[in-house]
Every structure is written in structure tokens, then in C-alpha cells.
Design a protein around this ligand. Structure first.
Ligand code: NAD
Length: 271
């Protein structure tokens, strides 16, 4: 399994993580158990998902040393003005002493509270309760403002990113500023994208599923990707992307699929 180095001293993030959005608590516990058995070592949850407890149960019961696991959770929009309290509540639900990565879930620019929230994340990081801190759904504009004001730069920005929304400008901005790119909805939520003809061609060429082709593309782009599934066979399939390589032509064919199609909210509008 590949890992990438965050701009935080020595912290490595496994490039493929396991997402649990819209998975109820008990099912999240079972899915995370399966994911850990298959080999995933990185789990992505959030306060919003209401399954931190289930994720924590699976992580703690796994018997895998805590230092070998990477757990992310996120600060919800209504908690920007109480980040430290909200973080402690997340830790308590997870039943963990620290998380590997804590993110501001959305910038919610109309509220104008993300700088206040970031001060809290910096404190949490300095106290060692989060090994790394970052953001999610930030744009070039909100990231620029954050970088201007912050003592500690965010290590990662988790954004909607898949072949239909390739986020080239934002990825270039991340690269120029030492921020890793993490893709949410990396499979474009499955429907539509995975039936695209261009992906079927590559699927036939490599004898891999369209989901595996897309995840391999993320890896070769240098993204972290956090596919979600509750189906054991797919959980396994989505992790089987470390033993083949797309060539330049394949990467160009996926590059040509970019139509700027957003599946989730526009971060400038979302509050
Ligand atoms: P995704 O792109 O991971 O797609 C998941 C869906 O694709 C599944 O529900 C299933 O229907 C299908 N699928 C999964 N594996 C498949 C396979 N091998 N073959 C065929 N179909 C398959 O979408 P997602 O769940 O929206 O995103 C993944 C994770 O990203 C979430 O679980 C969450 O952790 C994170 N996320 C974060 C934010 C944010 O605002 N930060 C927003 C959305 C999602």
C-alpha cells in the first residue's frame, strides 16, 4: 500500500482510505471491520456522519496497533466557534486518545468562522491530539486567506474530485503550497461515471473493473482517495489497485473525461 508524506513532521497518510458517509453506525462498524481485514489502514469519518462510535468500535476491536492506523474525523459547520469542545466530543465517541487527521469540514464563507475554527485546530495539533490538521472543501480563495492568517498551514484539502470534476486549478494550487489533495466521492458516487465508455475501454485493456481504473488514476495523480462501499466484495475490489499501472495514454484518456460536473454542494454557497 502506498503512503504519502503530509507537510507535518513525519506523518504518512495511506493513499487509499475507507469512507463511511451515509453509513449508519452499526453498519459502519461492520464495514470498517471488513476494510481492516482486507488491508485498509485509513478510515475517513466525520461528526456529521453520526458513525464515529461504530468506527471507533471496529478500530479498537481490530487488534491492529493504533500507530499503524490512520483515522480522520471532521469539525461540523455549526461547531466552528467551539472547535476544541467538538473535537473532544469526537474523540470520546471514537474512544481514541488522538486522531491522525482533523479537518474543517466546510469553509462556510457566509458564516466567516473558519479562521476562528482553524485557531482551535492549531491548538489541538500543538497538544498532540491530532497528528495532522487540514481542511475540506476549501477553494483557492478560502485557502489563500487561511494561509495568510494561519500559524500552521493545512496539510491537506479534501475536495470533491473524480474524472468528471478534475479540479486542476485547485490541485496546482495545493502542489505549489505543499498541501496534499484528498479526493472525496473519488468514484463519482458510482452511478454514471463507472458506466462511462472511456472507462470500459480501459477496464477491458487492463482486465480491471472501472472502479479500480479510477482509483489507480487517483493514485498516479498523487491524490489520497477514500472510496466508500458497504459491500464486502467491492470493499476488497477498491483496495486492489496497487499491482497494475496506467500508461500515459490511459491517463490522458481519463484526463479527457473532465466535464466539470459537481455531485455535491458548491463550497462557496454551502453553509
Ligand atoms: P464514492 O465515489 O466513494 O462512491 C461510493 C458509491 O459508489 C457506493 O455507495 C456504491 O454505490 C458505489 N461503489 C463503490 N465501490 C464500487 C465498485 N467497486 N463498483 C461499483 N460501484 C461501487 O462516493 P462517496 O461515498 O460520496 O465518497 C466517499 C467518501 O468521501 C465518503 O464516504 C466520505 O468519507 C467522503 N466524503 C467527504 C465529503 C466532504 O465534504 N468532505 C463529502 C462526501 C464524501
Amino acid at each position: 500500500m502506498n503512503s504519502l508524506l503530509l507537510n507535518t513532521d513525519g506523518v504518512q497518510i495511506p493513499q487509499i482510505g475507507f469512507g463511511v458517509w451515509r453509513v449508519p453506525d452499526d453498519e459502519a462498524e461492520r464495514s470498517v471491520e471488513t476494510a481492516l481485514e482486507v488491508g485498509y489502514r485509513h478510515i475517513d469519518t466525520a461528526t456529521l456522519y453520526q458513525n464515529e462510535a461504530g468506527v471507533g468500535r471496529a478500530v479498537r476491536a481490530s487488534g491492529i496497533p493504533r500507530a499503524k492506523l490512520f483515522v480522520t474525523t471532521k469539525l461540523w459547520n455549526t461547531d466552528h466557534e467551539r472547535p476544541e469542545e467538538a473535537f473532544e466530543e469526537s474523540l470520546a465517541r471514537l474512544g481514541l486518545d488522538y486522531v491522525d487527521l482533523y479537518l474543517i469540514h466546510w469553509p462556510t464563507p457566509a458564516r466567516d468562522t473558519y479562521l476562528r475554527a482553524w485557531r482551535g485546530l492549531e491548538k489541538i495539533y500543538r497538544d498532540g491530539r491530532a497528528k495532522a490538521i487540514g481542511v475540506s472543501n476549501f477553494t483557492v480563495e478560502t485557502l489563500t486567506r487561511l494561509l495568510d492568517e494561519a500559524d500552521i498551514a493545512p496539510s491537506i484539502n479534501q475536495i470533491e474530485l473524480h474524472p468528471y470534476l478534475q479540479q486542476r486549478e485547485l490541485r496546482a494550487f495545493h502542489e505549489a503550497n505543499g498541501i496534499l489533495t484528498e479526493a472525496w466521492s473519488p468514484l463519482g458516487q458510482g452511478r454514471g461515471l463507472l458506466e462511462d465508455r472511456a472507462l470500459r475501454v480501459l477496464s477491458d485493456k487492463h482486465n480491471r473493473t472501472p472502479a479500480q481504473i479510477v482509483l489507480r488514476w487517483h493514485i498516479q495523480l498523487g491524490n489520497v482517495a477514500i472510496p466508500k462501499s458497504v459491500t464486502p466484495s467491492r470493499i476488497k475490489e477498491n483496495f486492489g489497485v496497487f499491482d497494475f499501472v496506467l500508461d500515459q495514454e490511459d491517463v490522458a484518456a481519463i484526463g479527457a473525461m473532465n466535464i466539470g460536473k459537481r455531485l455535491g454542494p458548491d463550497p462557496d454557497q454551502f453553509n
